[in-house]
Design a protein around this ligand. Structure first.
Ligand code: NAD
Length: 311
């Protein structure tokens, strides 16, 4: 038996709920939203697919239903407006989190909080402080989505399956995120390996284009259709699978770092072992000097935003 409570059933939340149903990720899903009509509509619509998907219970709920939840996924909040940076969203969403986390922790002390609301690294740290839960059990979706975009773009460039490409985006989920080209590989072979020849070479200009497209993907999708939700819903589903099945998968999620390449006191995305108890450990992947400097800058930027809001 596994229970997920979803708080926020907008574009991201509803798509995540559909992902849980289609992939059979949990046996129970409870949906909470201030917009109860919309959430009830989604609950009915999802239940009407039960005969065609996986057996599970899907219901509209309220905060007392957080009792016994293995994972509380938070996608509630104000969405990014066209042209608005994730950090601009900060103050609007901190206030929403203040109210949500107080109510969740009133009914649940042993679950895992999984945050997607932006700015996700800041709000993961806000949730960590407000909940008082151990750092292992407060997780942000971090740079899993960005890493998936990165791997897709590398794969598209090379004409191979994204699942055959390895590589991470780390740091802030946002403008200061860092592409780890030094660790990127295809079929286990480093993209920097000179013996691979021209076929597998990605020039500095092409690398810059891939990084820029990754970094600005949300802006360009929001410009076109108002929100991004399919890939983030899959990313959240993947994290839930790793937790509920104790997979100990290495995923670039956001959690509170202590001496990660010398970086401490901030939540941001780095490759981490994810299993039944949340984030078991951050994996200290090798970084070039430039990558490390960029990661430290990203951490510094997040810390200064945190201090602006008193966290
Ligand atoms: P949306 O506006 O469609 O949905 C937000 C939902 O939250 C709405 O249904 C709203 O009623 C609900 N809500 C607002 N305040 C609430 C409260 N106090 N309690 C319960 N529910 C509340 O927005 P969206 O497109 O679904 O995006 C949701 C969040 O996810 C945004 O912050 C967005 O930036 C973020 N996001 C994150 C990533 C990522 O990689 N982490 C990717 C995409 C979107």
């Amino acid at each position: 038996m596994s229970k997920i409570v979803l708080i926020g059933c907008g574009a991201v939340g509803a798509t995540f709920a559909y992902t849980v149903l289609v992939k059979g990720i949990a046996t129970e899903l409870v949906i909470i939203d201030v917009n109860q009509e919309k959430a009830l509509g989604d609950v009915l619509d999802l239940n009407h697919g039960l005969m065609l998907a996986h057996p599970m219970r899907i219901s509209l709920g309220n905060y007392p239903d957080c009792a016994g939840a293995d994972i509380v996924v938070i996608t509630a909040g104000a969405a990014q407006r066209p042209g608005e940076t994730r950090i601009d969203l900060m103050n609007r969403n901190v206030a929403i989190f203040d109210s949500i986390i107080k109510q969740v922790t009133q009914y649940n002390q042993n679950g895992i909080l999984l945050i997607a609301t932006n700015p996700v690294d800041i709000l993961t740290q806000v949730a960590l402080k407000l909940s008082g839960w151990p750092k292992e059990r407060v997780i942000g979706s971090g740079t899993l989505l960005d890493s998936s975009r990165f791997r897709y773009l590398i794969a598209e460039h090379l004409g191979v399956d994204p699942r055959s490409v390895h590589g991470s985006i780390i740091g802030e989920h946002g403008d200061s995120e860092v592409a780890i080209w030094s660790g990127a590989s295809v079929a286990g072979v480093s993209l920097d390996y000179p013996g691979s020849g021209e076929r597998w070479h990605i020039s500095p200009d092409q690398r810059e284009r891939i990084y820029e497209e990754t970094r600005t993907a949300a802006y360009s999708i929001i410009q076109k259709k108002g929100a991004t939700y399919y890939a983030i819903a899959l990313a959240l589903g993947r994290i839930c699978e790793a937790i509920l099945n104790d997979q100990r998968s290495i995923l670039p999620v956001s959690s509170y770092l202590e001496d990660y390449h010398g970086i401490s006191g901030v939540c941001m995305g780095v490759p981490s072992v994810v299993g039944r108890n949340g984030v078991a450990e951050a994996v200290p992947i090798p970084l070039s000097d430039t990558e490390l400097a960029a990661l430290k800058e990203s951490a510094g930027k997040l810390k200064s935003f945190l201090s602006e809001i008193g966290f």
